[in-house]
Design a protein around this ligand. Sequence first.
Ligand code: ADP
Ligand code: ZN
Length: 741
Amino acid sequence: MSQSQLFDPPPSENAADPARKVAVLVPFPVDKAYTYALPAGVEAVPGDYVVVPLGGREVPGVVWDDPADDVKPAKLKVAVHKYEFPPMPLVERKFIDWLAQYTMTPRGSVLKMALSVPGALEPPKTVQGYIRGQHLNEVTYQGLSPQRRKVLEAVAHGPPRRAAEIAAAAGCTAGVIKTMTAQGLLITVDMAAAAPCSHPDIDRARASLSPAQATAAEALCEFVRQGTYQAALLDGVTGAGKTEVYFEAVAETLKQGRQVLLLLPEIALSNAFLERFKARFGCAPALWHSSLGPGQRRTTWRGVAEGQTQVVVGARSALFLPYQDLGLIIIDEEHDPAYKQDEGVIYNARDMAIVRAHMGKIPVLLVSATPSLETMANVWAGKYAHLQLPDRHAGASLPDMHVIDMKVDKPERQKFISPVLMKAVVDTVAAGEQALLFLNRRGYAPLTLCRTCGHRMECPRCTAWLVEHKNSGKLQCHHCGYAMRQPKECPACNDADSFAACGPGVERILEEVKESFPQARTIVLASDTATTHDELKAILDQIRNHEVDIIVGTQIIAKGHHFPHLTCVGVIDADLGLQGGDLRAAERTFQLLHQVAGRAGREERQGHVWLQTFLPRNKVMMALSQHDRDRFLDIEMHEREAARMPPVSRLAGIIVSGKHEQQVDEVARELGKVAPQGDNINTLGPAPAPFYRLRGNFRRRLLVRADKSVNIQKAIALWLSTVKTPSTVRVQVDIDPQSFM
Ligand code: ADP
Ligand code: ZN
């Protein structure tokens, strides 16, 4: 059914009652809610979903809380339609207002994230289900083929089933079902697609918790029962049973009849997690991430809005679903950089989830083995409760950490695995166990250089080297997707076959492993070697089932997975993330390496982790090898305090970009001249961004640092309003930047 068929006929202007005006926010980059008249006989309250005319089109919108403008009745446009649907809750509207103000984005752009599902407001499509034909007697039944009897068994009990389900259960084709329907053996019925996760079973498979787990779980359940805002950090090493513990808080919230939002950084990769959820609650959670199909999005959006869907597990955008009665938010791996959205509306879903919880007066739980410094600062300040799980579950011990000084224990020329690590891998495989070599770099080599003239192969659109991918014979830009065939001749000096691959990527490490272990079963895993969900699942299954001995992988392998046979982890370049001078470089490196290390020895056999580094005395290596996270956080916090950097202050990145370098430069310089400078606020730059060109745009950056007492948004808004910007230059504000590229 098309949208227009659903609308009441557009009322004539006379039918409108100008006394009843409403402000409507539309999902476009505008901050203002426009005023409309309601058609006669239509009532609308804030939160109601409507369709309004805008610039010659009919667009969706939401009745907002702003007072209506003082527009003359004759000029007032009339809303076209109001949906019969539960209104968007007040807390959601307030959250949108707040987030827009905080991130300095028009409110309509934020609303757009909440109205991201075209057609969700339309009555749900029905799907066809099948039940058993009514005039079937025992005699005809016995006369049927075994396959047909199987089909009938599949629909004998429970609600109607869909053709695909029946085909799977009976092992038959769709054609069989069609024929049986024509013969009256099956009857079709229309059914609405059911809201996902509407009846989780709270008591399905409760784990029996250890005393420490039980204490943490009880504290969380108490927060849920109190039903007020409370932030808490659930802090424990990988394998401590944090998931088991927060499942109890989920169960408690469901018992209270309220909804749960669980944010995961890599939801699309979290098959094992979903299986676990199913085992615990008897049904899958409702999923929310960018690769869902439109049908699934619609039913979930509706299920959440109507309050039927109880648990949503999602990526950051799940924060903008219109929860009817949200009772708990959990942010797993709260430190993960994936929570920051760097395009469109620039926001940090972790931080915004905390705000959302505060507005909704509900508890919010942050979960991590390596909490961010921001979160720890809040724990130290007494703002967040701190629930700790000190040990791995069931006596599994933490892996032994070994630091390999690459200045001493050198690999052979053009090789990247030191003899010590090589021996560890040999011993591991000989003992019938698995080894993982970790390098957070895709492809074969990060740089291709001409040996004759020194020319570096760079992306024509970005300030970035092209990464060699040997498998595909291509040079690729990892920032804009540009790709070219590996040329025969150097484009600068025309010398043939003069290219040298510099540095390793995972493909090159795999090559080295294969040379040393021709008989070992190896596999490489990176986001571009397993591009679909199914491919990834197949690889992870292979690893879990011990069908491979040596795995070479990027961070895709680091997160959350439980590999029972893996006992040896070698980090090829532990210093990789420390380059670049990013504020959080050390913190991020620590978090990532800790997480990778956590893959080793998760069951009874002892795990060993080897860190190849040129900086063995670096605070990150020291903290990892001594298992002393808290000391690391302490050092890190002191450094940030001394530099007056977050979390003791706040930052905002200003990115000026455009196709014309000179224009970009001028705007950036103008901004620099009148930038906020003072005692409690100061501005650095403009400077060419590290990615000075990105996707063909020239870029300059400024960085504002302000004490927490300063209203940084206000200062920035005032500042930016004083400089004229041509429409061809874009000025983006990134509040609390995580990336400085
Ligand atoms: P974390 O989330 O802290 O990394 P998990 O919750 O994934 O830890 O637990 C690690 C492993 O230990 C999982 O396989 C989990 O099923 C198991 N486990 C943890 N606590 C318990 C428990 N109380 N009873 C049974 N198994 C548990
Ligand atoms: Zn590029």
